[in-house]
Design a protein around this ligand. Structure first.
Ligand code: SF4
Ligand code: SF4
Length: 287
């Protein structure tokens, strides 16, 4: 259940800076956000990923000091100070207590539940100035981070398209294959640590810590370079495949990478994979 918002809705969006929401929360990341956090922390993305993230880099680790309601703080939270990477904080943190949902071409903002989320831990916000959703977005400088999210949603779809091509344009589906779609579904329902293991270190590094840091100020350019890197890796690994078994394995593998990234983008992989399976069936695949 969520409450959908209009850009002019006025809400108690002035933060009381108690750090409540930096405890026991889930903050997902995509590759550009990981690189941006690493720059803010003044370490390289691999170091940031290995020290502060989970599942290959798609989630910030919450292993800090226990605070609000006995929950551990984010790895970036410093007691009596706040966020140590404030200027590089990811979109989820910029938006909180709001969220961003994308349905087709439409984007809208919302918050979880019917009660305004800050009220539970920080009821004093009702005494602070109210802001419109639009004013809040401006204050939080979300524009570049929303652009980056859109770029990586495209990137995710491009990855899935490779899995579709390996299934539908190689003769695999036509051969009567019924093994590929059930494995797509299995991965959509797997725990993130299991899917991360399936992907392995080499591909996880290409997915989450690509070496293109000069482009970081422009998320579109960063994502484009990242796409080029990934395409050349796909070409190197899958360009010479010949048998249906090889196409099947490659399709499953790339779909796994797309679903892992989906989770980092805050998309539910269980729902997404069902949509992709339906699409593949409409195009001639079977299970
Ligand atoms: S719960 Fe709301 S008011 Fe409290 S620290 Fe988080 S954003 Fe600020
Ligand atoms: S990155 Fe910063 S704002 Fe986000 S949860 Fe961690 S400490 Fe809080």
């Amino acid at each position: 259940m969520s409450t959908r918002l209009n850009i002019n809705d006025k809400l108690p969006l002035t933060c009381s800076r108690k750090g409540t929401c930096c405890h026991g929360n889930l903050v997902m990341l995509h590759p550009w956000e990981l690189a941006t956090l690493a720059r803010e922390k003044n370490v390289n993305p691999r170091v940031f990923r290995d020290l502060y993230c989970e599942f290959g880099g798609i989630r910030l680790r919450f292993n800090g000091v226990v605070g609000w309601k006995g929950k551990q703080a984010c790895s970036q939270y410093i007691g009596n100070f706040g966020c140590s990477v404030h200027l590089g904080r990811p979109l989820a943190c910029r938006l909180f207590p709001l969220g961003r949902q994308i349905q087709g071409e439409e984007v809208h903002y919302m918050y979880q539940g019917e009660k305004f989320p800050c009220m539970e831990g920080c009821p004093e916000v009702s005494e602070l100035p109210y802001l419109t959703v639009g004013e809040y977005m401006n204050d939080q400088k979300t524009e570049k981070f929303e652009k980056a999210q859109d770029e990586y949603l495209n990137f995710m779809q491009n990855l899935a398209d490779i899995a579709f091509e390996l299934l539908l344009e190689t003769g695999l589906a036509e051969s009567g294959d019924k093994e590929t779609l059930p494995l797509w579904r299995k991965m959509g329902n797997e725990l993130p640590e299991v899917l991360a293991d399936r992907i392995g270190y080499e591909w996880m590094d290409i997915l989450m810590i690509p070496e293109i840091y000069a482009e970081i100020d422009d998320p579109a350019s960063f994502a484009r370079k990242h796409t080029d890197l990934l395409q050349s890796k796909v070409q190197e690994k899958f360009g010479a495949l010949q048998t249906n078994l090889e196409f099947h394995k490659a399709s499953v593998f790339i779909m796994g990478v797309a679903l892992h990234l989906a989770r980092g983008l805050g998309v539910n992989p269980e729902i997404l994979v069902e949509h992709w399976i339906d699409t593949a069936k409409n195009l001639g695949a079977a299970e």
